[in-house]
Design a protein around this ligand. Structure first.
Ligand code: ADP
Ligand code: MG
Length: 225
């Protein structure tokens, strides 16, 4: 079980100007391992994470997820692989403000279509269990506006876990948090990785992250070094 990226290239066109965001990046990340992708702003880190997670198409190269060539699948098949296999955590949480913490956690599973009444009840219990495991059982009924940054990120992590992903992809997950809260969030991410035997990929401009992970990919100007 692994994600294998081979010679991935991505060019963005802004009018007549072209930006080479990724210039032939290859990597492998297996379940049970952690990878830090570090590098300065504009290095191509987010682009790489999106392409690994089937959110954005490369111009050249391939991404093989558990033996499936992601960008040779139909859009529908690719979305299905993404929903079943990958959890995302972003810098700004992306929680829906009008829903409670519990409902935000349930949403990706509801999108997967498990919406019958009994399934709904089971899903609610599962979402509550996951909220407990990220230390937020007592905030289940709160809306995002009533949560701190650290609490919001915990909800986002719980939401990323609801469909039992094998891969947890995090883009600057502590970029909006103070240093103590950042430590707690990293600790939680590594705990969840071990508990569910996932692959954990964390993108950050913070080089010190590389001390915590099994592997490091240093990116600059779309090239790994
Ligand atoms: P990082 O996450 O390391 O800061 P990004 O992957 O976001 O880097 O961006 C890499 C390069 O691609 C940057 O030069 C950025 O300006 C450019 N870029 C990213 N997304 C787009 C886009 N949607 N359109 C045009 N250029 C983009
Ligand atoms: Mg970025």
């Amino acid at each position: 079980m692994a994600i294998l990226a081979k010679e991935v290239r991505k060019i963005y066109k802004k009018g007549v100007k072209e930006v080479q965001a990724l210039n032939g990046v290859s990597l492998e990340i297996e379940r049970g391992y952690s990878l830090a992708v570090v590098g300065p702003s504009g290095a191509g880190k987010s682009t790489l994470l999106h392409i690994l997670g089937a959110l954005d198409e490369p111009d050249e190269g391939s991404v093989i997820l558990d033996g499936k060539d992601l960008y040779h699948l139909s859009d529908r098949e690719r979305s299905s692989v993404r929903n079943r296999s990958i959890g995302f955590v972003f810098q700004f949480y992306h929680l829906l403000p009008e829903f409670t913490a519990l409902e935000n956690v349930m949403l990706p599973a509801m999108i997967m279509g498990r919406c019958s009444l009994t399934a709904g009840k089971r899903l609610r219990e599962r979402a509550l269990d996951i909220l407990k495991s990220v230390g937020l059982a007592d905030r289940a009924g709160h809306r995002p506006g009533e949560l701190s940054g650290g609490e919001s990120q915990r909800v986002a992590i719980a939401r990323a876990l609801i469909n039992n992903p094998q891969y947890l992809l995090c883009d600057e997950p502590t970029g909006n948090l103070d240093s103590k809260t950042s430590e707690d969030i990293y600790t939680l991410l590594f705990e969840m990785k071990s508990r569910y035997n996932m692959a954990l990929v964390i993108v950050s401009h913070d080089e010190s992250l590389s001390k915590r992970t099994d592997r490091i990919l240093r990116l600059k100007d779309g090239v790994a070094n």
